[in-house]
Write a protein that binds this ligand. Structure first.
Ligand SMILES: NC(=O)c1ccc[n+]([C@@H]2O[C@H](COP(=O)([O-])OP(=O)(O)OC[C@H]3O[C@@H](n4cnc5c(N)ncnc54)[C@H](O)[C@@H]3O)[C@@H](O)[C@H]2O)c1
Length: 440
């Protein structure tokens, strides 16, 4: 099948590549010339496990191409995925300008039937806006081309995106006309040979499903974070509580970890957008407001623990950071808790020496050149001369370090663990003072 993917970011590049992998002829389009140049020169603009070799294989086979030519994109695919960004607007709602620009462009250049698929995360009612934008452009040039608009939100997780796309838990398709439904079924057949995973529903329900899933996951995280703070006050251990709770199959163990807050490009903005949608339709959705507030507070917790131990004024002190990305296996720094901590530490006069296995280039880009932030070549060298270590991202390589070596390298033997990676008894045995989240 000929497919165009508009927007070649985390979602667009992974979707386009996986669709090419099963034999489709895919053209990925983006307005970002640098990104397209990198891809055309054989590189890859993001870190995502398994993606680089898959891009290479399909690019070499001629099934995966990249272009900045928007008109060529519309001519190419009978299916037009819109996978552009939907950042939060000033009022928290999703900013649809990129989605609607892509839709208008399709209307401007479309000559034959097209299925326009909203893959970006977009509020309920967006498919209607996309349909109207295309209709306007067609009317402006007096063209009468048929088209369908489908909602097909994406559930992939950064860090496991290729695996998630190739073996999805579910494929949500909101479509209301037979021709589009048949094409969507055909498109996704290779990804569900084992059993049916496609949930066909009306467009509005599909749009809401994506927000519902992310809001639920964010709620679990904020619930556990609030519970962890309470456990700390009560002298209980959140790790024991988590295991005791999670063993109930109605609760389950997934997404039940206390930590230093959720980040990334999705949860924060999708929670905000759903709160906004609820407000606009006269509902309070107060649970979700609390989820957001709890997360904003939680991102401050590591900084507060450091201040409680070392004092308000950190001038002349150096704090080591393990992990910068918002979660492991990605270089994505959007809304990462590390950014809040770094800002807090620098404002208090400290310097930072950070290590992350893949996100240091991206961190330098978003944090800008700053003489107070040094980037270390490995976790242990980040500790040299540091007055404390703060662990922000749970990369696998941090899980079993040499605690004796850590103590030798640190100026002061302080470890603030925002991800509860270690057994407190073992860390303390090695002579380190250990400050996890919600633990005795
Ligand atoms: N990142 C994730 O893990 C994830 C998961 C599920 C859903 N989503 C949703 O998918 C959408 C895309 O997210 P992302 O993380 O891939 O964003 P991204 O910022 O990585 O990529 C978006 C791309 O769209 C391009 N773009 C913007 N306007 C364009 C236009 N008119 N024509 C062509 N290209 C254009 C940008 O240059 C950028 O490269 C968002 O709505 C997001 O909420 C993201």
């Amino acid at each position: 099948m000929k497919i165009t993917v508009i927007g070649t970011g985390y979602v667009g590049l992974v979707s386009g590549t996986c669709l090419a992998e099963v034999g489709n002829d895919v053209l990925c389009v983006d307005v970002d010339e640098k990104k397209i140049r990198v891809l055309n020169e054989g590189g890859i603009p993001i870190y995502e496990p398994g993606l680089e070799s898959m891009v290479e294989r399909n690019r070499d086979a001629g099934r995966l191409r990249f272009s900045t030519d928007a008109a060529e994109g519309v001519r190419h695919g009978v299916i037009q995925f819109i996978a552009v960004g939907t950042p939060p607007d000033e009022d928290g709602s999703a900013d649809l300008q990129y989605v609607l620009a892509a839709a208008r462009n399709i209307g401007r250049h479309m000559e034959d039937y097209r299925v326009i698929v909203d893959k970006s995360t977009v509020p309920v009612g967006t498919a209607d806006k996309v349909r109207a934008a295309v209709a306007e452009e067609l009317a402006a040039r007096g063209a009468g081309v048929e088209y369908s608009v489908v909602s097909n939100p994406e559930f992939l997780k950064e860090g496991a995106a290729v695996e998630d796309f190739m073996k999805p838990d579910r494929i949500v398709v909101g479509a209301e006309d037979a021709r589009a439904i048949q094409l969507m079924r055909q498109l996704y057949a290779p990804f569900q040979r084992n059993h049916e995973r496609l949930f066909l529903m009306d467009v509005r329900s599909a749009e809401l499903t994506k927000y519902a899933a992310n809001a639920m996951l964010a709620t679990r995280i904020s619930f556990m974070n609030e519970l962890a703070l309470l456990a700390e006050k009560l002298g209980a251990d959140i790790e024991h509580v988590r295991q005791g709770m999670g063993s109930d199959p109605r609760i389950g163990y997934h997404f039940l970890y206390a930590g230093c807050g959720y980040g990334g490009s999705c949860f924060p903005k999708d929670v905000k957008a759903l709160i906004r949608t609820a407000q606009d339709s006269g509902s309070a959705f107060s649970v979700l407001k609390s989820v957001e507030e709890a997360n904003d507070r939680q991102k401050q917790v590591l900084g507060q623990k450091i201040v409680a131990r070392l004092g308000e004024n950190l001038k002349g002190m150096r704090i080591a950071l393990w992990g910068l990305a918002f979660k492991p296996n990605t270089d994505d720094m959007r809304e990462a808790p590390s950014r809040v901590l770094v800002e807090d530490l620098l404002a208090r006069g400290a310097t930072v020496s950070a290590y992350d296995p893949v996100a240091m280039d991206e961190a330098q880009r978003v944090l800008g050149p700053d003489p107070h932030i040094a980037y270390a070549a490995n976790p242990m060298s980040a500790l040299v001369g540091a007055d404390a270590l703060a662990i922000v991202t749970e990369w696998k390589e941090f899980r079993s370090p040499d605690f004796e070596e850590m103590r030798r390298r640190l100026n002061k033997p302080l470890v603030f663990d925002g991800r509860n990676l270690f057994d407190p008894a073992v860390v303390r045995e090695a002579g380190l003072e250990y400050f996890p989240i919600g633990r005795r």
